[in-house]
Every structure is written in structure tokens, then in C-alpha cells.
Design a binder for this molecule. Structure first.
Ligand SMILES: [Zn+2]
Ligand SMILES: [Zn+2]
Length: 237
């Protein structure tokens, strides 16, 4: 079980099925210390709510509410759909390639767009599900770019648990991340509440590949919070 889960979806995403409070209450019952609500950005019709970002403060005692967004590539030059007025409220910015980007463009194009997005948007903290077979990328090139900006690469528990990504591809991603030495973070990418905090599907892989604990942000709440503190100036100036 994760101490802090940095990737979850609520009803504010089109694919979400739970309220914020349901997610946070579940976290409390599981002993999860912090949860980032990271609904999709506006390019995927995610709801960007002013009151959520501006006014909601830790509504469930004992669980730290982190505010995030899972952003999308828009256009071809590494532009992303983070709404600038909300950037200052964000604790964590995720970036993933989703269905608003056409599939079938090939690894070179997806890789170039992700690298451009990292260079152009220093607020991006975590690259999500690089092991999505619909959008192949050059793991090594992206991991080097992440190392340069300090961003982390996600190991997505749901993609493996739901078999949305072949194990061999995920193993390759973990091997490359270990080799390049950029930061790795395990998240649940929760949609169904039962998935919250889950890391069981990918934990054996970390052991098998032998990723050093110091490289894994999700090893402890302290490591996650230190990472977010380190990166806060990219959002709040
Ligand atoms: Zn995603
Ligand atoms: Zn997601």
C-alpha cells in the first residue's frame, strides 16, 4: 500500500466514478496519509473547479489533500493544457499522452513531444504511463529528459493490474529508469475506489529489477513531500 498516492481520478474526470470525499474517506480507512486528486485537464473535458482549487482544504481529517491535474499534450510543440490561473494552486502536475493525441504517429513523434513538453513546462512533475502500448515512446530518451528537469517517471499500478500494458514493456521501462537514474514514483491511477493506494501489481517488478530504494519517491510519505516541496517554485514562483 502506498503511503501517498499521487494519481487518482474523481467525478471531475469523465472517466471518474467517485466523489473527492469518497476517495479521501477511503484513504483514511486504509491509513493512506496523503492523496493527490489528479483529474484530467480540460483537453480531456476534465472539470477545472475554482472552489476545489481555491477553497477546499483537507476536508477529511488525517488525510492530506494534494491538488493536482493530469495534463495532456495539446498541439505538436509540447504545449500542455494546464490552465495558467490554476497553476499556483497545484501541488503536483502529471502529464500523460491520452486519446486527444492521435494514435499511430509512431514513437519518434511521441518522444519528441514529451521531451518538448518537459522543456517548455518546468511545472511538470511526473510523466504518467509511458508503458501505454497505444503511444510508444523511447524510454531512454524520455528518462534522460526527465533526469535533466528533475521530473519523475510513473510506474502505474492500474496499467499492470488491469493488463493494459504488457509486462515485458513495463519491465523494460523500469530497467531503463534504473539505468538512467531518474526518479520513479508508483501510483495507483485510481478510477474504482478499490484501486486506491494499490501498488501490489508492480511492487514485485521493482524488486526483480533491483531499483535502488533511494530512486523510488513512493517509498515513503516523507520522500514524496520532499519532492513536491522541491518542485513547488515551478508553480508558485
Ligand atoms: Zn492517464
Ligand atoms: Zn490517470
Amino acid at each position: 500500500m502506498l503511503a501517498v498516492d499521487l494519481h487518482t481520478h474523481t467525478l471531475f474526470s469523465q472517466c471518474g466514478v467517485h466523489t473527492h470525499l469518497e476517495v479521501l474517506e477511503r484513504a483514511r480507512s486504509l491509513g493512506i496519509q496523503g492523496v493527490a486528486i489528479t483529474d484530467h485537464g480540460p483537453a480531456l473535458q476534465g472539470r477545472v473547479s475554482g472552489p476545489f482549487f481555491d477553497r477546499l482544504r483537507d476536508p477529511v481529517e488525517g488525510v492530506r489533500l494534494l491538488k493536482g491535474m493530469e495534463c495532456n499534450l495539446v498541439g505538436e510543440d509540447g504545449e500542455i493544457d494546464v490552465p495558467p490561473p490554476y497553476l499556483r494552486f497545484l501541488d503536483v502536475v502529471l502529464l500523460g499522452i491520452h486519446y486527444n493525441t492521435p494514435s499511430g504517429l509512431g514513437s519518434e513523434i511521441y518522444t519528441a513531444r514529451l521531451i518538448a513538453a518537459l522543456a517548455r513546462n518546468p511545472a511538470v512533475d511526473i510523466l504518467t504511463h509511458l508503458n501505454d502500448p497505444s503511444y510508444p515512446v523511447d524510454f531512454e530518451a524520455v528518462a534522460r529528459a526527465a533526469l535533466a528537469t528533475g521530473a519523475a517517471i510513473e510506474l502505474n499500478n492500474s496499467k499492470t493490474a488491469l493488463q493494459r500494458s504488457p509486462d515485458e514493456l513495463t519491465r523494460k521501462l523500469v530497467r531503463v529508469v534504473k539505468e538512467i537514474g531518474c526518479r520513479l514514483v508508483v501510483t495507483s491511477d485510481m478510477h474504482g475506489i478499490n484501486e486506491l493506494g494499490g501498488d501490489d501489481a508492480v511492487r514485485p517488478l521493482l524488486t526483480e529489477v533491483g531499483v535502488p530504494a533511494g530512486q523510488i519517491l513512493s517509498r515513503s510519505a516523507e520522500a514524496v513531500y520532499a519532492f513536491l516541496d522541491e518542485r513547488r517554485h515551478h508553480k508558485r514562483g
